[in-house]
Design a binder for this molecule. Structure first.
Ligand code: KIV
Length: 288
């Protein structure tokens, strides 16, 4: 049963944080144990990002991630999150065909998985109309501009967006258009901090930066990157707060050593029969 004593992070409470100049904290999670750690630590937003594909499922990029995979991983995160706002990321091709299909897919995050919002990459004219349709269908939407990983085949590589004046101007226009379309927050990924500062000053809704400098209203990182549990390239904007990969490798190596040496399991990690039961078993000729 839901714990009603814990005040949940809501869309109005995020907006109030921006108004009060309080930073919003966000991280990604894709399973119950990590989501629980984030929630108990007091994170405001947990994004079940389609980065799932790269950091958990072993895909080369986010393109192959499916709606079913996203729903499967959003459910345990929702079960773990008692306070944080859980946002489900709309994967590639879940919002590209029609408004009806987009709303049906987004509604799965709310109805099947229990998330309270979705995130959609991009701000093209068609995308803005779809976002308006989602908001009209009572589905809160987080926008995402700058580096949008689902456009990887167009972009060619993951790199800073908005470095040139024209590109920066387009980004500012896109962010304003997203707000007008009804998003409750905008993720700014991998853009110069000066551009993020202008956008943050122009929007009433919070900006959540990832590689967008210190002036955003909040910050997000991919959990596996900040915890040092990733297997690939780490962008400059990631600060590693732990080295889980080394810690876990050390633990697994120690386990292998102990099992091979016969020192695990020892008495402290094993069960004994009660003496009477052992005696009775002996009578049954089972213990020589
Ligand atoms: O998929 C994801 O994790 C994201 C964040 C990096 C914002 O979109």
């Amino acid at each position: 049963m839901a714990d009603t004593t814990i005040p949940k992070v809501t869309i109005p409470s995020l907006r109030a944080k921006k108004a009060a100049g309080e930073k919003i904290t966000a991280l990604t999670a894709y399973d119950y144990p990590i989501a629980r750690i984030l929630d108990e630590a007091g994170i405001d937003i947990i994004l079940v990002g389609d980065s799932l594909g790269m950091v958990v499922l072993g895909y080369e990029n986010t393109i192959p991630v499916t709606m079913d995979e996203m729903i499967h991983h959003t459910k345990p995160v929702v079960r773990a999150a008692r306070r944080a706002l859980v946002v489900g990321d709309m994967p590639y091709f879940s919002f590209h065909l029609s408004e009806a299909e987009t709303i049906r897919n987004a509604s799965r995050f709310l109805k099947e998985a229990g998330a309270r919002a979705v995130k959609v990459e991009g701000a093209s004219k068609k995308r803005l109309r779809l976002i308006e349709g989602l908001v009209e269908a009572e589905i809160p939407v987080m926008g995402h501009v700058g580096l949008t990983p689902q456009s990887i085949y167009h972009l060619g590589q993951f790199k800073v967006r908005g470095g040139a004046a024209k590109e920066a101007d387009n980004l500012i226009r896109d962010a304003i258009a997203l707000e007008a379309a009804g998003v409750f927050a905008v993720v700014l990924e991998c853009i110069p901090m000066e551009v993020a500062r202008i956008i943050t000053g122009r929007l009433a809704v919070p900006t959540i930066g990832i590689g967008a400098g210190p002036w955003c209203d909040g910050q997000i990182l991919v959990f596996h990157d900040m915890a040092g549990c990733e297997h690939g390239y780490l962008p400059k904007f990631v600060k590693k707060y732990a080295d889980l990969q080394n810690i876990l490798t050390g633990a697994v190596n120690a386990y292998i050593r102990d099992v091979r040496a016969g020192s695990f399991p020892d008495d402290a990690h094993s069960y004994h029969m009660k003496p009477e039961a052992a005696k009775e078993l002996k009578k049954l000729d089972r213990i020589k």
